[in-house]
Ligand binder design. Structure first.
Ligand code: NAI
Ligand code: COI
Length: 367
């Protein structure tokens, strides 16, 4: 990859490569855009096949956070970290302490939290070295694991998408195929089960599948079979890139609504599902519950306030559908438009010189 060319094309601000030999830390922090405020986005730990693959993932995820935070109405920019390694084997305290020091060095330009492969316990270690971490333990007055909040937001957004596709937002009796039943989807399945939906689940982790079968009466299928199952709604809740040339022809669902980041392999796949009449709830709009929850920590965490904002994901998804209809465009383009409009409006509103500029982190420091 020609990194600077790529950064220029998509307006990335900063890419940092961090290594610490003793602990084995190999991390890439990407800050995409800080127009709205400091960049907030989680840290993913994953067994990438190459450094190139890790860099590409970090770049895509960071840009997604700019759009996610803007669309959610947060005063935050977009960033993300990937740590190269196996989260089951390669973690150690020194690694997250070293990583925390790199974040502290950015002096608030980037704030981290959990993502795939990292946990509240990891964030607590990072917190030993930096103020700029969220999703830490409730004992520190924080919001803890963001996954239940993400799941609730996806549930709300899925209801809005169901209303668009079926004329009612009730999920009772709807058949919902869930790909990946990890941290987020476990809680999502609980909401869906409570509302009377019928669940079909898959995961490469057999224990996760067994839990969903036992607790929610879900039917299990093999990972490769999930795309083609007869269902009303497909909920991608594992990794990205799963709406692609191979999977689209298999889809039977009328709605795609799930937590995974970067669900469309390429933008043209968003066009393809649009032409098929599938109602697509754009990933970064529907899965913003977690970031809304952890962002509330910056004001002094208030669960009620955070949940109220997460409820609004229903309205945000409706807004996206309205823009898509108004401008006759696919929903993924409508979501980008909504986010870009907010960034541009705020860029203009905040363009005049201010001696002692105020931003979200100055509130945190004042406490
Ligand atoms: N945790 C959160 O609050 C947020 C998560 N997300 C996104 O949601 C997705 C899920 O996140 P988490 O639940 O936290 O991760 P997780 O790692 O707990 O769950 C993902 C599950 O997908 C399974 N999986 C992986 N590859 C699979 C495959 N090919 N087929 C079937 N299952 C597969 C894994 O075994 C795991 O159980 C990720 O894309 C993440 O970036 C987005 C916003 C917030
Ligand atoms: C706090 C996290 C849930 C934020 C993030 O990285 C995401 O939404 O993907």
């Amino acid at each position: 990859m020609e990194l600077f060319k790529y950064m220029e094309t998509y307006d990335y601000e900063q890419v940092l490569f961090c290594q610490d030999k003793e602990s084995g830390l190999k991390a890439i922090i990407v800050i995409h855009d800080t127009t709205l405020g400091p960049a907030l986005g989680g840290t993913r730990m994953w067994m990438y096949n190459s450094e190139e693959e890790a860099l590409e993932d970090a770049l895509r995820l960071a840009r997604g956070m700019t759009y996610k935070n803007a669309a959610a109405g947060l005063n935050l920019g977009g960033g993300k970290t990937v740590i190269i390694g196996d989260p089951r084997k390669d973690k150690n305290e020194a690694m997250f302490r070293a990583f925390g020091r790199f974040i502290q060095g950015l002096n608030g330009r980037y704030i981290t939290a959990e993502d795939v492969g990292t946990t509240v316990a990891d964030m607590d270690i990072i917190y030993q070295e930096t103020d700029y971490v969220t999703g830490i333990s409730p004992e520190f007055g924080s919001s803890g694991n963001p996954s239940p909040a993400t799941a609730y937001g996806v549930y709300r957004g899925m209801k809005a998408a169901a209303k668009e596709a079926f004329g009612s937002d009730s999920l009772e009796g709807k058949v919902i195929a869930v790909q990946g039943v990890g941290n987020v989807a476990y809680h999502l399945c609980r909401h869906l089960h409570e509302e009377g939906a019928k669940l079909i689940v898959t995961d490469i982790n057999k224990e996760a599948v067994a839990r969903a079968v036992e607790e929610f009466g879900a039917k299990a299928v093999d990972p490769n079979d999930i795309y083609g199952v007869e269902c009303d709604i497909f909920a991608p809740c594992a990794l990205g890139g799963i709406i692609n040339d191979q999977t689209i022809p298999q889809l039977k669902a009328k709605v795609i609504a799930g937590s995974a980041n970067n669900q469309l392999k390429e933008p043209r796949h968003g066009d393809m599902i649009h032409e098929m009449g599938i109602v697509y709830a754009p990933d970064y709009v529907i899965n913003a519950g977690g970031v809304i929850n952890v962002a509330d920590e910056l004001y002094g965490y208030n669960r009620e306030r955070a949940m109220k904002k997460i409820e609004q994901i229903y309205d945000n998804i409706e807004k996206v559908f309205a823009i898509a209809k108004r401008d006759n465009i696919p929903t993924y383009v409508a979501a980008d438009r909504m986010a870009e409009e907010r960034i541009e409006t705020m860029r203009k509103a905040r363009s005049q010189f201010l001696q002692n500029g105020h931003h979200i982190l100055s509130r945190r420091r004042a406490r």
